[in-house]
Ligand binder design. Structure first.
Ligand code: GDP
Ligand code: MG
Length: 442
């Protein structure tokens, strides 16, 4: 999907302005890419329709080029599909016990996720009790006990001779006596949806008040995960979903469909086998992942609002030709300020995120002051000097230092930084919003 979509957008970007037909053609390709990524057919259809409706008739040139505009709309609609904000697991108020039932097919990750959740609740000062309701495999009870121990939380089990509903009841009793305020029931899955499993979960629900039924699905199963979510929601009713194994190379298409099909939010995502590998679900991050463009979308959002396309294009051209001068430096500093600092921009660039740490952090107060002094120095230059930095001999530098109220060392430092920036920017043709770089990822 990632590659596909990137190709689609590359094509969009290589054109100047988009006609209505261009939008349609592009969305046709987006549609195919989504279907290939195991996104539910109905979801894809609705998605394409809403994007089309929004894109057509809208002022596409809203400070962005048409290609960016389509990316922006595609992204926003992806976020909408998954719910536009993060959702927390609803706990009972005060000291009341919250009963959470984990459901899902065998191997989806229920037992592991139960222990992961326990760790999260413990960090929040809660006292969870984990309950072994999977009575079919002795190994399952052992697994929960081992994980519970690792997390330092108590595990309640009654072996494999009792019915899950009875175990749940006894566990709740135990929790009340021991001041556990969260009870997580780890239930038994089956390889496929079957009446047996659903019946068992219903029995548990009749025996104790379950406040939250959380479905665990394996992202690697793709479209199946969506069908499973639909069935569980229909048969027993679910309150939220946890999607596991997103650390693999799965495309995440399932996550896209689950909210649309069940109307239930995704709460967390499993990002590995370790008990700490459970992350809050962020719809916007997931959308970026599905689009395969990293946080570059965030960059587009910011840049679209703040950067004048034409100026950026001109500047990119100048950088490439090494004509970048102090006026441009001033201009680019202003744009960076608007966009939240160079380091944050670097962090958003796919493949360059790691460089963020090495970049000077322009976000803090000290650096803002330094930037203000840099501006003062540039303003103290004559127009000629700004356009032709090579003119800056020691006597001119002295004059500039005096004019800006800094010492000569600072002028020297700035000129040096300017030259370095010039070098660096030449290597990053895509950076200032220019789309001239063939190798650039966006
Ligand atoms: P259950 O049958 O639903 O209880 O599933 P388990 O909790 O036993 O998990 C099945 C397998 O999936 C185990 O090997 C887990 O370590 C693994 N697993 C669970 N969650 C994740 C995850 O988020 N990422 C990865 N890579 N593996 C996971
Ligand atoms: Mg299990």
């Amino acid at each position: 999907l990632t590659e596909k979509l990137q190709n689609v957008f590359k094509n969009l970007r290589s054109k100047g302005r988009l006609t209505e037909d261009d939008v349609k053609t592009a969305l046709k390709e987006v549609k195919m890419a989504l279907l290939e990524a195991d996104v539910n057919f109905k979801v894809v259809k609705g998605f394409i329709k809403s994007v089309q409706e929004r894109a057509v008739g809208q002022d596409v040139m809203n400070g962005l080029n048409p290609g960016q505009m389509v990316i922006k709309i595609v992204n926003e609609e992806l976020v909408n599909l998954m719910g536009s904000e993060t959702t927390e697991i609803q706990l009972q108020p005060g000291s009341a016990v919250t009963v959470i039932m984990m459901a899902g097919l065998q191997g989806a990750g229920k037992t592991t996720t139960t222990a992961k959740l326990a760790g999260k609740f413990k960090l929040k000062g809660k006292k969870p009790l984990l309950v072994a309701c999977d009575v079919y495999r002795p190994a399952a009870i052992k697994q929960l006990q081992i994980n519970g121990e690792k997390q330092g939380v108590e595990v309640f089990s009654m072996g494999d001779k009792n019915k899950p509903a009875d175990i749940a009841k006894a566990a709740l009793e135990h929790a009340r006596k021991n001041n556990n305020n969260i009870v997580i029931l780890d239930t038994a899955g089956r390889l496929h949806i079957d009446e047996d499993m659903m019946g068992e979960l219903q029995e548990i629900k009749e025996a104790v008040t379950v406040h939250q039924t959380i479905l665990v699905v394996d992202a690697m199963t793709g479209q199946d995960a969506v069908n499973v979510a639909g069935s569980f929601n229909e048969k027993i009713g679910i309150d939220g979903v946890i999607v596991t194994k997103l650390d693999g190379d799965t495309r995440g298409g399932a996550a896209l469909s689950i909210k649309a099909v069940t109307g239930r939010p995704i709460l967390y995502v499993g990002m590995g086998e370790k008990l700490s590998d459970l992350e809050q679900f962020y719809p916007d991050r997931m959308a970026s992942r599905i689009l395969g463009m990293g946080d570059v979308l965030t960059l587009i959002e910011k840049a679209g609002a703040e950067i004048d396309e034409e100026k950026a294009r001109q500047m990119t051209q100048k950088m490439k030709k090494a004509q970048f001068d102090f006026d441009d430096y001033l201009e680019s500093m202003n744009q960076m300020k608007k966009m939240g600092g160079l380091s944050s921009i670097m962090g958003m660039m796919p493949g360059l995120g790691g460089m963020g740490g090495k970049m000077p952090d322009l976000d803090n107060e000290e650096n803002e002051k330094r930037m203000a002094r840099m501006e003062a120095m540039i303003y103290s230059m004559t127009l000629e000097e700004r356009r032709n930095p090579d003119l800056l001999n020691p006597s001119r530098k002295h004059r500039i230092a005096k004019g800006a109220g800094v010492d000569i060392a600072e002028v020297n430092r700035m000129v040096k930084q300017f030259n370095e920036a010039k070098k660096m920017m030449k290597k990053l043709p895509g950076m200032m919003g220019g789309r001239g770089g063939k190798k650039g990822k966006f």
